[in-house]
Write a protein that binds this ligand. Structure first.
Ligand code: NAD
Length: 444
């Protein structure tokens, strides 16, 4: 049995939150690896800190902390060489009191139920924070797309869609792209779903524009990250113009963040991908880097740059650090070496709770994922609205509406954080939890 055929690990299943406390133990030996295994503990701790601050009714907490539905499916795929490979896919629907389930699909070797469960909960808080009428969900397949052909990926995606069919729906659950999935994967999902249900573009967001995708969706998470970075700098009285910035990850989110933050006058001095990082103290020409990555499929070897490791990138002496790759990048093991003044969480869960505390004690401000990267789901909402109305918005309208939503969410969080002397993360959770709790009370 290859790594890709492994069933859901016992560890992942054992981490099921059957009781509120069973995954909230303090971890004495947290490493990057164990941080990955404990994503659900991370989001659970963050939820609890806000719930305690709000003195949230324990009955409401009970409902909000556990997912509504979890689906594990087997995905047999005929590989190009003729053998049958068995993959496992997940969809966790966390909460839908405010609207249909919404959240991305991730294709990655480390996807497991625990990680998907945690990411689904983040989506519930994120959609509430930016005040869009969706709940939270997440999905993924344990696979390594870098080792699969386009045809194999297409067969995997179509089989996964057929297996999820009973849980999806335009008013039930609407997937979107996440790590290693893209508009092409969304197009296959729409096409497969449509074979049974007829033309249904609103079943998925992040589609190619030619199939009903929204203008501005590809850039949306990066644009939202830029807006929050700009507002955070303003609040901290830091100048974004001329600020040095290091970005971990140069995929959809990292690359667009680099370009848009660069357009605000910041100096992007380092970026990285799964293969490693590059450092240019004088600043990177991001447009030239886009061209280099298109050709070479990695940031490495960019002319005029020095190669560094991902770990070195995180610890560079910069003004702003933007983790935009995977979760668990900043842990108790490297938190003391972070030199940035401001950490902008463009990835989901890049800072573990212990590292968060250590950064706070050292006066480093962390702006949380549920606020920073909410631009993607916000424009996904605009895409869904356009599909339902069968009316396309121009890009200026998309960007303008995104700007309004992101700034409004920032202002709410900033007001709570400064007014109640709370870290930005707890403030963001408080704003989100109150909205979801209120909708829950009205339904029960
Ligand atoms: P992507 O697949 O487009 O890019 C991921 C990037 O991270 C790539 O450059 C990859 O090489 C790099 N990477 C992967 N593993 C790494 C490692 N171990 N060390 C360093 N770099 C590594 O994914 P994306 O859509 O840009 O998502 C990035 C993060 O942003 C994820 O945490 C995702 O959940 C979050 N996010 C994405 C969106 C979206 O709209 N795409 C929205 C909200 C949040």
């Amino acid at each position: 049995m290859s790594a890709q055929t492994a069933p859901p690990s016992k560890k992942a299943i054992a981490a099921s939150p059957t009781t509120p406390s069973d995954n909230r133990s303090h971890e004495p030996h947290e490493t990057e690896a164990t941080a990955h295994m404990n994503f659900n503990r991370i989001t659970d701790e963050q939820f609890q800190a806000a719930a305690d601050h709000l003195k949230l009714d324990p009955e409401i907490q009970l409902v909000l902390r556990t997912p509504y539905r979890e689906l594990i499916v087997q995905i047999p795929v005929r590989m190009d060489d003729g053998h049958l490979e068995l993959f496992h896919g997940y969809r966790v629907q966390h909460n839908a009191v405010r609207g249909p389930y919404k959240g991305g699909l991730r294709f990655h070797p480390e996807v497991d139920l625990n990680e998907v469960r945690s990411l689904a909960a983040l989506m519930t808080w994120k959609t509430a924070l930016v005040d869009i009428p969706f709940g939270g969900a997440k999905g993924g397949v344990t696979c390594d797309p870098t080792k699969m052909s386009r045809d194999e990926l297409q067969r995997l995606t179509r089989e996964f869609t057929r297996k999820l069919d009973m849980a999806l729906g335009v008013y039930r659950d609407i997937p979107a792209p996440d790590v290693n999935t893209n508009p092409q994967v969304m197009a296959w999902i729409m096409d497969e779903y449509g074979k049974k249900h007829g033309y249904t573009p609103a079943i998925v967001t992040g589609k190619p524009v030619s199939l009903g995708g929204s203008l501005g969706r590809e850039q949306a998470t990066g644009r939202g990250t830029m807006i929050i970075t700009r507002e955070a700098c303003r609040a901290l009285k830091m100048s974004l113009k001329g600020a040095s910035v290091a970005i971990q990850g140069f995929g959809n989110v990292g690359s667009w963040t680099a370009r848009l933050v660069g357009e605000q006058g910041a100096k992007i001095v380092a970026v990285s991908d799964v293969h490693g990082g590059i450092h240019c103290p004088a600043g990177i020409d991001v447009t030239a880097l886009f061209a280099h990555v298109k050709e070479e499929k990695t940031v490495l070897g960019f002319p005029g740059s020095v190669s560094i490791t991902n770990e070195e990138l995180l610890c560079l002496n910069v003004d702003i650090l933007i983790p935009a790759a995977l979760g668990g990048a900043i842990t108790r093991e490297n938190a003391d070496h972070i030199q940035a003044k401001l950490v902008i969480e463009a990835a989901n869960s890049p800072v573990t709770p212990r590292a968060d505390e250590m950064l706070r004690q050292r006066g480093i401000t962390v702006i949380p994922d549920i606020l920073v990267n909410a631009g993607g789901v916000t424009v996904s909402y605009f895409e869904w609205v356009q599909n339902l109305q069968q009316f396309r918005w121009d890009e200026a309208r998309v960007n303008d509406e995104l700007e309004k939503r992101m700034v409004a969410a920032w202002q709410l969080v900033h007001t709570v954080a400064t007014g109640q002397k709370l870290p930005y993360r707890i403030a963001a959770y408080c704003v989100a939890l109150e909205k979801v709790a209120e909708a829950t009370r009205q339904r029960y």
